[in-house]
Every structure is written in C-alpha cells, then in structure tokens.
Design a binder for this molecule. Structure first.
Ligand code: HEC
Length: 167
C-alpha cells in the first residue's frame, strides 16, 4: 500500500512536470513559427540587384545595351525592333526558319515571365531548329540579366507594369 502511494505521488509529480514542460515547447514552436514567417516575408521582399525582378540600375542598362549590340542586334535588330519590324512577333520565313521577334515590347516576349526570358537567353529557345541558341558559354548570369534589363527598359511603362504584376 505504501509502495503504491509512493508510486502514485511520484506519478503525479511526473505528470505535473510534464504539464509545466509542455508549455515551453508551445512557446518555442510559436517563436519558431513567427521567425519562419518573418524569414519568408523578408525573402520575398528582398530582391538582390542581380535578379531580373529587381528594378534595373543605370549601370546594368548601359552594360546591357553594349552586350545587346555585340550579341543580339544582328538578329533582333536595332533597338530590339525585330528582324523584320513589320512582323514584330517573329514567325517563320519562307524557308521555314524563324524570324527573330521584336523584344522591345511590340512583340510577344514581354508575355513571358522573367525566368523564361532568362532561360531562353541562357539555354536557348525550346523551339526546334531555332537560331536562338543559348549564351551560357558567352555571357555570365549577371550579363544575361543586364541584357534583359536593357531589353525591358525599352518596354513602354504600361507593359513594364503589366509584366511586373504577372504571377
Ligand atoms: C542568330 C540569331 C539570334 C541571335 C544572335 C539572338 N537571337 Fe534571340 N531569338 C532568335 C529567334 C529566331 C527567336 C525566335 C524563335 C524562338 O523563340 O526560338 C529568338 C527569340 C528570343 C527570345 C524569346 C522571344 C519571344 O517572344 O518569345 C528572347 C527573349 C531572345 N530571343 C533574346 C535574345 C537575346 C537577349 C539575345 C542576345 C544575348 C539574342 N536573343 C540573340 C534569334 C536570335
């Protein structure tokens, strides 16, 4: 009987302990949860300057203009008006090859999210037989971002806003 009582009180003590212990982890989890939420929010709002979704710096646009002249102008034309400005959306030539579209906002390019514009320039077009080949061996990621920031700087304000608001 005595033994039983002892173990009973011991049990009570134990359960008392676990009860008070239980509260701490709750606060810990809450704290952790809050830190995670703050972390994610900070991550979403902080955009490093090298990403395409951040607004361009004047240096980026100037570098991009130079890189465009060296690497893209031959196909996409002066001011990125397209190989044939009358066909700003590109399309196919009589021989079945592709026309380089305008990238200046009159074409279709701005309908693509940043990631897709970037991957088209870095890895090349997914269109079979396209002359738009990847620049990963010629341009660094930062240079690709710069050239696309230049391209985006040619877009009318309205298109820049609409593109930025895309999901
Ligand atoms: C040899 C010619 C050629 C060169 C050089 C070239 N492109 Fe292209 N580009 C094309 C053609 C043709 C297309 C359209 C067919 C396609 O999407 O594959 C295209 C498509 C694109 C697209 C997708 C546009 C859309 O409306 O979907 C982007 C963005 C692009 N080029 C950017 C660039 C940039 C930036 C450079 C320079 C770093 C460059 N291109 C150099 C020929 C070229």
């Amino acid at each position: 009987m005595k033994k039983n009582q002892k173990s009973k009180s011991g049990k009570q003590q134990n359960s008392g302990q676990t009860k008070s212990k239980k509260k701490e982890p709750l606060w810990m989890w809450l704290g952790l949860g809050i830190s995670i939420v703050i972390g994610i929010t900070a991550y979403l709002y902080y955009q490093p300057p090298e990403t395409l979704s951040a607004s361009a710096t004047p240096e980026q646009v100037a570098l991009g203009e130079k890189l465009f002249a060296e690497n893209c102008l031959s196909c996409h034309g002066q001011g990125a008006r397209g190989e044939n400005p009358a066909q700003s959306r590109g399309g196919q030539k009589a021989d079945g090859s592709y026309l380089a579209p305008a990238l200046n906002g009159t074409g279709h390019a701005w309908h693509h999210p940043n990631e897709m514009l970037f991957s088209t320039v870095k890895d090349g077009s997914i269109a079979k037989g396209s002359t738009m080949i990847g620049f990963s061996d010629r341009l660094s990621d930062a240079e690709i971002v710069a050239v696309l920031q230049y391209v985006k700087s040619l877009w009318p304000d309205e298109i820049q806003v609409r593109h930025a608001m895309r999901p």
